[in-house]
Design a protein. Structure first.
Length: 281
């Protein structure tokens, strides 16, 4: 029988956050695949775990994944751990999971810490719907495309950021989302210097223009309200003549009657008003 791949969530700071199930699994598997063996060795030594380790990281994630799958096919069990948090979220673990699924290898996820969920729950912002973006692209073009996509995002947005890029990212967010948007900046989660700043983007920028960013950050950003989104869309439609607006829908094969309904809704007016405007010379 093939072995199993265990995704073992490890602490994002406080070592007491590791689960009993993860500890037992790390002791029982045949091999531990770690994103950074030096970092994971500290954790294993702390809990007196002597299982062999191998490296699995961004630069060997495909080639090494197939090597690990061969070991799994030989009947060995493997635990995957990242530097911190749950494997497979914004790290190369997702490639190993994908390949294991393709190869028919059983994948078992052991729940535990995740910085994005920890930050979301303590942010004070809506938690029912959220969009996790991890680290924004460093490439200027890719970054611009992604930020543009976030303009109309109504869900709460989560972004990871390193201290030396924090201010630039906040300024980019201000330019795209506006300075009045609410944000919670979560720093060093579960660690001694854990801190959460809740304010507007513009006020958080002002704070970090005088305070040096330190530690790892999770930015939790308020989504655009549906009222604001509707108003923006309405402003776009109102720039068009009613006749052009009608033609937009009729060109899609929509009947004139149904097109009038859509135009009325888009513009926030009644169908009667649409009809009157169409009759005007």
């Amino acid at each position: 029988m093939a072995g199993k791949l265990y995704l073992c969530a490890t602490p994002i700071g406080n070592l007491e956050d590791i689960t009993l199930r993860v500890l037992r699994t790390l002791k029982e598997v045949d091999l531990i695949a770690a994103e950074d063996t030096r970092n994971s060795m500290k954790l294993l030594n702390y809990f007196e775990i002597k299982v062999p380790m191998t490296s699995y990281h961004e630069f060997n994630k495909i080639e090494k994944a197939y090597q690990l799958v061969k070991i799994l096919h030989d009947g060995k069990d493997i635990a995957l751990v990242t530097d911190a948090g749950t494997p497979g979220i914004s790290d190369p673990g997702e490639e190993l999971v994908r390949i294991c699924c393709d190869e028919g290898i059983e994948v078992i996820s052991l729940p535990g810490p995740a910085a994005c969920v920890t930050a979301l729950t303590m942010s004070g912002l809506p938690t029912r719907r959220f969009a996790f973006e991890a680290f924004l692209p460093r490439d200027k073009k890719e970054r611009g495309i992604l930020l543009d996509e976030l303009k109309g995002e109504t869900r709460t947005i989560l972004i990871y950021e390193a201290p030396h890029h924090l201010l630039k990212t906040l300024q980019d967010l201000e330019q795209v989302l506006g300075g009045s948007r609410r944000i919670s900046v979560c720093r060093e989660l579960t660690k001694i210097h854990e801190e959460v700043l809740r304010d507007t983007i513009q006020d958080i920028i002002a704070y970090y223009q005088t305070q040096e960013p330190r530690g790892e950050y999770v930015l939790v950003i308020e989504g655009k309200s549906h009222a604001d989104l509707e108003q923006e869309n309405r402003e776009v439609w109102m720039r068009m003549q009613v006749e052009e607006h009608m033609e937009f829908y009729e060109a899609q094969g929509i009947s004139r009657k149904d097109a009038m309904k859509k135009v009325a809704k888009d513009r926030g007016i009644s169908k009667r008003e649409v009809y009157k405007k169409l009759l005007q010379p």
